[in-house]
Ligand binder design. Structure first.
Ligand code: ADP
Ligand code: MG
Length: 348
């Protein structure tokens, strides 16, 4: 976990807008030769030579996408970067730069902004990316963060959602469902705390799940891993809204169907324990819980031998003709059509 708590409260107005931007961005150094100009002019200047540029952006609103009562600002900064890098990784591209735009109400002192940017700076370091600009403004209420991630890839490396083929294998990285159960644990502790603020939560049994929720990582390592194995996915997507929902995207856009095997879905033992504790069906959560930021992809059947022994990957099913539909094959060997029940930010 990321620890950082500064008890001081300096009003942001004391520095002014330009002073604040200078203060928050002064530590950002440039690491990539593709960044010709970073922060400090009217626009950044990039040069990717003979590579293609991939761009993705996300908007995060306090009270809709995050809750600061259990999300420390440093974690929020880190996660805001990671969710964008995950989208670049899902194109099989390498993330290289981000821009960071924030709107803050006067409820947030300078120290809070320092924590937020501490998390952003840590992610920039861990993932080796340049922070090349952004915008800083005030909001009437709450905190708004928008990050844009930029990445590079050779044209023939880029993987879209729409190219999965019949008989391809369906593969997932890491394990699923833990971020969602981490959120359930945090929500429960928040309610306990509201009833009795002296009640100190004991979260030892939940560390993996909480880490998955508060400090997710983007699978920017997968591109290189697959390259080494000489496997190129036919279609790929990152799992932000839940496996079911992402699988439906791939199948719809590729005009195919699939069979997903319940018994193959990779989950962590701590996840199973906590699902039992909450009396929730673990398969439902592994299918529909969001925010794991693992990658879901399809590979040609003949590449099975290249990935079968790799602990990073699990084969969870295969692609069929569109007419067969998108199905879960349960442990009892019944076929259930999959629906997207991943949480929808527009319903929040
Ligand atoms: P402008 O008035 O042209 O929008 P700003 O004064 O907003 O310029 O920004 C000055 C410089 O600081 C620009 O390079 C901008 O990209 C950068 N910048 C502003 N806010 C942020 C931020 N939150 N994070 C990173 N860079 C920022
Ligand atoms: Mg500006």
């Amino acid at each position: 976990m990321l620890e950082d708590k500064n008890p001081q409260r300096t009003p942001v107005s004391q520095l002014g807008e330009f002073g604040l931007i200078d203060h928050l961005t002064k530590g950002f150094d440039i690491k990539h030769s593709s960044t010709l100009k970073g922060i400090g002019d009217d626009a950044a200047v990039l040069d990717f030579k003979n590579k293609k540029t991939v761009v993705s952006t996300d908007l995060l609103i306090e009270g809709v996408h995050f809750d600061l009562s259990y999300m420390p600002l440093k974690h929020l900064g880190y996660k805001a970067v990671v969710v964008n890098l995950s989208d670049i990784a899902a194109m099989n591209a390498k993330p290289t730069q981000i821009t960071v735009s924030i709107a803050v109400s006067n409820r947030f002192p300078l120290e809070a902004m320092e924590e937020l940017f501490g998390g952003i700076a840590l992610a920039a370091k861990v993932y080796n990316i340049d922070v090349i600009g952004g915008d800083t403004t005030s909001s009437q209420k709450g905190l708004i963060i928008s990050i844009t991630a930029i990445g590079e890839a050779n044209e023939d490396e880029i993987v879209y959602r729409n190219n999965a083929k019949e008989n391809d294998l369906l593969v997932v990285s890491g394990d699923l469902g833990s971020a969602y159960m981490g959120l359930q644990v945090l929500e429960r502790e928040k309610q306990v705390f509201q009833v009795n603020p002296n009640n100190q939560p004991d979260l030892d049994a939940y560390t993996y799940l909480i880490e998955r929720q508060l400090k997710p990582e983007a699978r920017t390592d997968i591109k290189e891993l697959l390259e080494k194995l000489e496997v190129k996915p036919t279609a790929m997507i990152d799992i932000s809204d839940g496996l079911s929902s992402e699988l439906l995207h791939i199948c719809k856009q590729s005009n195919v169907g699939c069979n997903l095997f319940e018994e193959k879905i990779p989950v962590d033992p701590q996840f199973i324990d906590v699902c039992e504790e909450f009396n929730i069906d673990s398969t439902t959560i592994a299918l529909n819980g969001g925010e794991d930021y693992e990658l879901l992809f399809t590979i040609p059947l003949e590449d099975f031998d290249k990935i079968k022994a790799n602990p990073n990957f699990t084969v969870i099913g295969h692609i069929t003709q569109a007419s067969e539909g998108v199905n879960l094959i349960t442990r009892a060997n019944t076929k259930i059509p999959l629906k997207a029940r991943g949480w929808d930010a527009l319903d929040a």
